[in-house]
Ligand binder design. Structure first.
Ligand SMILES: *Cc1c(COP(=O)(O)O)cnc(C)c1O
Length: 412
């Protein structure tokens, strides 16, 4: 049992990633932005900041290619367009993720096939992916949810034995590691988001990375309407969008990137402290991570046992809300395949395409296939975590949780 903590009778304002209190935006960003405005070149082909961001991101991760784009969803879309599925081909992915990681699959005419997750990490595993593979599988997307890496060794063994490329969605997992390898560099393509709440931000933005020369060319073209600026006689080679990041975002991104290692270090330190203060509390499980992992904590997730704590994560979340701690019980509430877009197959006009050309087994969303996902969401309480949390903030959060559990002040 952890040491007793002081009673919290006042509300302490926590740093928030929605505004300046919980972000690392400052003079460096302003200086670069001023430079962009003074230059008058706000679009990437004429400026230098997006190129700088791409080069520095590639260097930091130790990969050959990094391309900035307009969002994390655009990054995932570019990755899928890069593997170039035929209509009706399948992309195996997770049912617990941001919708922006799923809709690009449908836009490319492919079918998301959902693999179950392991309930204590909310991540897909080789075991859950394997039964989803078919002769139509064109790629596997693994999502390192909340900053906690998937078990990549087993997943890569499986994928390589079938010759299937692996896309890593690292939107929540900057600089996280599995077996000393940075996520995003383990599979074939890595995708990142620079949206407001992620580890570093340009408001909206994304980055895709790869070591594969052919993939690199295709993803760069996809972001640029398939127009090659370096080709002496350029052409629009294939169906593609304008997913470019602007120089304004590039300037902010380049400044933010230099702060990333420090942000990660702080977040890991905060999480370690919080775990120390919550260990041993009845009905609460602190984040589990494989000992071979470095978890970089986009959020801090508890498993709340509703057999021990009446009301489970919802009850605990309510009681923390009274203390000004905004948590998210059950994260996305239900697996993504239960949202209207999948339930009603709302896509292009009334066509239901590409669901209409899917194998029936690929659309089997029956709950018995997703025991881990339902079980995982039922107990999940997503707590905020921020690089600006001080010892006082950590102690406040921990003692509010202790208090809520001791008082047992949920409807029982
Ligand atoms: C945020 C996020 C995305 C989408 O990124 P946007 O920048 O919001 O488009 C995709 N996948 C995951 C896991 C995310 O957390």
């Amino acid at each position: 049992m952890a040491d007793p903590l002081p009673l919290q009778d006042k509300i302490l304002m926590l740093p928030s990633d929605e505004n300046t209190t919980g972000r690392t935006l400052g003079e460096a960003e302003l200086a670069f932005l001023t430079e962009v405005i003074r230059s008058g070149s706000l679009a990437t082909p004429y400026g230098s900041f997006v190129k700088k961001l791409e080069q520095q991101f590639a260097d930091l991760l130790g990969v050959k290619y990094a391309y900035a784009c307009s969002s994390g969803s655009a990054a995932v879309h570019s990755a899928i367009a890069t593997v170039n599925p035929e209509p009706g081909d399948e992309i195996v992915t997770t049912p617990i993720t941001d919708m922006g990681a799923l809709t690009p699959i449908l836009y490319q005419g492919a079918i998301p096939v959902f693999a179950d997750v392991e309930s204590r990490t909310w991540n897909v595993t080789a075991e859950t992916i394997e039964p989803c593979l078919s002769e139509r599988t064109k790629a596997i997307i693994v999502t390192h949810l909340f900053g906690n890496p998937c078990n990549m060794n087993e997943i890569l063994d499986l994928a390589q034995s079938r010759g299937i490329p692996v896309i890593e969605d690292c939107a929540q997992a900057f600089l996280a590691k599995h077996n000393n390898q940075l996520v995003g560099t383990i599979g074939d393509i890595g995708c990142f988001s620079l949206q407001q709440t992620k580890h570093i931000t340009t408001g909206e933005g994304g980055i895709v990375i790869t070591n594969n020369d052919a993939f690199a060319r295709r993803m760069c073209l996809f972001i640029n309407k398939a127009w090659d600026y370096d080709d002496p006689r350029p052409e629009h080679y294939f169906l593609a969008l304008n997913y470019r990041m602007s120089e304004l975002q590039g300037a902010v991104g380049a400044a933010q990137l230099s702060k990333l290692p420090e942000v990660i270090q702080q977040r890991c330190a905060v999480a370690t402290q919080l775990t120390k203060k919550l260990k041993g509390l009845p009905g609460i499980e602190t984040p589990w991570t494989n000992p071979r992992n470095i978890h970089t904590y986009w959020r801090y997730c508890l498993r709340v046992d509703d057999q021990v704590i009446p009301g489970g994560p919802v009850g605990l979340g309510e009681s923390l809300k009274e203390k000004g701690i905004v948590s998210l019980p059950r994260y996305i509430q239900k697996p993504t395949f239960q949202y209207e877009i999948f339930r009603e197959q709302r896509t292009f006009g009334n066509s239901r395409f590409p669901f209409t050309i899917a194998r029936p087994e690929a659309l089997d969303y029956s709950p018995k296939r997703f025991v881990g996902a339902f079980e995982g969401l039922k107990n999940l309480l997503v707590l905020p975590l921020n690089e600006h949390y001080t010892d006082e903030h950590v102690e406040y959060i921990a003692s509010c949780i202790h208090q809520a559990i001791q008082n047992n002040n949920f409807s029982s």
